[in-house]
Design a protein. Structure first.
Length: 740
């Protein structure tokens, strides 16, 4: 059983090469304030003077103390064969313990300097003696509150942080040392131990200076755990006084005096068997062995897992030696093939490295299509930027010099093309967003094999980015073509387009409802059609009353409804009805009068110039002369729209909304399909061919497969870790040779 502690000591030696303790090995951590007698307790356990002494902080680096019991010599039982060894000076034995003290001081100053600063780099010391039990202890700097000399002002925080680092480890046994002549509840060591071990299951309390307590006081309550309870209990010890140290009193003599003190003291003699340094050493030995036995299965499991992880990592770095260009070419093809496969898997959602906390790979492209692009198109108002005056102006401009008897279809096409053009930027931006997502995926599939060769990685990224940029050009061209297709032909026969019938019916109903809500009689006394019907001209605002009694010979000519380029009625013909005879001459005059009234709705921003006065020579000359105003540079509608114009603008708006929805629906479907075909899928299909044709060239093998210094360094570190873990595995297997 006692062989377990040397096993842990061997493991500590093995991991000291790394400078860390990745396994959290079981060890005893000694904690106490500067005046608690911590150093004296350690020297009493060892039985020799070997620790630095002085004022202030003496222990300024963690001291890992490994005690190894040597059986006494058979021929010379009184022989004091004992020595110390430092890890930083291997194969060198220190038989003089004063030299050990000097080496501790020298090694401490090498790291921290000659001031009173501290360092968390441990010093490892092994002591072999027949007077010690197998133990592993870590001596930490004493807790201080006030900096002295040239100590940093935050020295207390530094020390407490170091102590907490060691005692927070679950496998650490805390040896909390407190002087008997202080308040136990205010002990720095016990307070920190309670923070890391609130249940007190791995804390051993040590009460020092029992022999110098005030008269009339004793430590029985503290030793019995009535003041501060600990499951492992308290042990009282008596150390050498300062006068004993000055007189060079040996520790072995002090241990005899300690034993006599407890045996002869009236209050402590009944419990003397559970007091003293010898009992403390045996208790620590048994506690540590039991702790090691409990944690040994976990240690084995950790070592096996770490060894497996290191071996797996080593496989990714591969063998640095190659047997010629054929081998290098095969490796290059293998890396390219794996990269392309992983790229495709990331897009298709088959990557084993997919995140569960955020969208990854191809799911981000879907988000661009459905959320970013689709939501943006849905948020666009079809008539945004178009005022009523803009629509009135477009209608008037589309009539040319003719009288505006009907709503010209050209005005609708002009306005709808203008609004459709607003969709180009979101569509082209969608291409850019998907392009950026593909570039992101390229960085996400940079596996360790590719990172092994920095030149190859840079070349692959450069070629892939070139491939994506190459296929982005036809993708953007296709998107532009989709917009050009929509602008090139306004399909008013589209089944989803509302058409003039539905638009007129909806507008008339809405206008009637608005006037009814205002308490007015609708000016258009027409029944609501049950189905889209052709309204008569008498139902339209701004139309003229039909004189059914007028004779046909009074009609000067025929007026036809609007027709399309092919001679067929246009989609707006429903607004005007079938070809009919024109209005009577009186109505025609009313029409012209209406036209003049509408003309008055447009005016110039500049006043007409004044006509010059002409002298009057005679009565004829004094007659007023007639002149025309100057045609203004810009003519805008300023007067409120007439009833006819209101109906016309509402009709155009309704038709714009309907046809814009048709185009929006088409683009929401065709743009993602085009991007997937021309950019995403084509990059998947052609990437491997492009990479091979660009990189698989014999003259490039040497440069592309040149390892980076980082990979070489990581390979060596991984190999060292594997060697250490293999040794640790062998050491732990030694436990099978004896019963645990």
């Amino acid at each position: 059983m006692d062989k377990l502690i040397p096993v842990i000591n061997k493991l500590q030696d093995v991991f000291n090469v790394l400078g860390t303790d990745p396994l959290d090995l079981p060890q005893i951590v000694v904690v106490g304030s500067q005046s608690s007698g911590k150093s004296s307790v350690l020297e009493a356990i060892v039985g020799r003077d070997f620790l630095p002494r002085g004022s202030g902080i003496v222990t300024r680096r963690p001291l890992v103390l490994q005690l190894t019991h040597l059986p006494p010599s058979i021929n010379d039982a009184e022989s004091d064969v004992e020595w110390g060894e430092f890890n930083h000076r291997p194969n060198e034995m220190f038989h003089d313990f004063d030299k050990i003290r000097e080496e501790i001081e020298r090694e401490t100053e090498r790291t921290t300097g000659k001031n009173k600063g501290i360092s968390d780099i441990p010093i490892s010391l092994k002591i072999y003696s027949s007077h010690v039990l197998n133990l592993t202890l870590v001596d930490l700097p004493g807790i201080t509150r006030v900096p002295i000399g040239d100590q940093p002002p935050d020295i207390e925080r530094q020390i407490r942080s170091m102590v907490k680092h060691y005692i927070d480890k679950p496998n650490a046994i805390i040896l909390a040392i407190t002087a008997a002549n202080t308040d136990l509840t205010n002990s720095d060591a016990l307070q920190m131990a309670r923070e890391s071990d609130p249940d007190g299951i791995r804390t051993v309390g040590v009460i020092t200076k029992i022999d110098i307590m005030d008269k009339g006081t004793n430590a029985l309550d503290m030793l019995s755990g009535r003041v501060v309870p600990l499951k492992l209990g308290f042990i009282g010890v008596v150390n050498r006084s300062q006068q004993d140290i000055i007189k060079k009193k040996s520790i072995r003599d002090a241990l005899v005096d300690e034993q006599n003190f407890f045996h002869q003291h009236s209050l402590y003699k009944n419990i003397s068997g559970r007091l003293g340094t010898a009992y403390l050493s045996r208790t620590l030995n048994k506690t540590l062995i039991q702790h090691i036995r409990n944690t040994l299965p976990e240690l084995k499991s950790k070592v096996n897992k770490m060894l497996g992880d290191a071996q797996q990592e080593m496989l990714t770095y591969g063998d640095p030696l190659y047997d010629g260009k054929v081998s290098k070419g095969a490796i290059l093809l293998q890396i390219i093939t794996r990269f392309c496969s992983q790229y495709n898997d990331v897009i298709d959602g088959k990557s084993p490295e997919m995140s569960t906390t955020e969208l990854y790979g191809g799911a981000r492209i879907s988000y661009v299509f459905t959320d970013t692009f689709g939501r943006t198109l849905d948020s666009i108002n079809p008539t945004e930027g178009l005022s009523t005056d803009d629509i009135r102006t477009a209608i008037r401009n589309a009539t040319g010099p003719k009288t505006a008897l009907f709503v010209p279809e050209q005005s609708f096409e002009l306005l709808v093309r203008q609004q459709i053009s607003r969709l180009e930027d979101p569509c082209q931006q969608c291409v850019e967003l998907v392009y950026e997502e593909l570039q992101r995926m390229v960085s996400q599939v940079e596996n360790k094999e590719l990172l092994r060769f920095s030149n190859l990685r840079d070349a692959v990224v450069e070629v892939v980015n070139g491939i994506l940029a190459k296929y982005k050009v036809p993708t953007k061209d296709m998107i532009q073509n989709l917009l050009s297709i929509e602008l090139g032909f306004i399909n008013t026969s589209h089944p989803d387009f509302v058409g003039a019938h539905g638009a007129i019916s909806a507008i008339l109903e809405r206008m009637a409802q608005q006037q009814q809500q205002q308490g007015q009689q609708p000016p258009l006394n027409v029944p609501r059609p049950t189905a889209p019907a052709l309204p008569s001209k008498s139902t339209l605002p701004g139309s003229f009353p039909q004189n059914n009694s007028a004779a046909p010979q009074n009609i000067p000519g025929n007026v036809s409804a609007p027709v399309g380029p092919d001679g067929q009625p246009s989609f707006l013909s429903a607004f005007f009805g079938r070809p009919t005879t024109s209005v009577a001459s009186g109505d025609a005059y009313a029409s012209q009068n209406q036209y003049s009234q509408n003309q008055g709705n447009f005016r110039s921003n500049t006043p007409p110039p004044a006509l010059p006065e002409r002298p009057r020579a005679n009565s004829r000359e004094y007659a007023p002369s007639m002149g025309l105003d100057q045609v203004p540079v810009r003519i805008k509608p300023t007067a409120p729209p007439s009833e006819k114009e209101t109906f016309e603008t509402e009709l155009i708006k309704y038709l714009l909304n309907s046809y814009f929805d048709v185009v929006r629906k088409n683009l929401k479907d065709s743009v993602p399909k085009s991007i997937m075909h021309f950019l995403v899928n084509r990059s998947k299909d052609m990437m491997q061919n492009e990479l091979v044709s660009s990189l698989y060239k014999e003259e490039k093998f040497e440069d592309l497969l040149q390892e980076s210094s980082v990979v070489q360094q990581r390979r060596e570190q991984c190999r060292s870790m594997m060697d250490i873990l293999k040794k640790a595995h062998e050491i732990l297997n030694e436990v099978r040779e004896f019963q645990v």
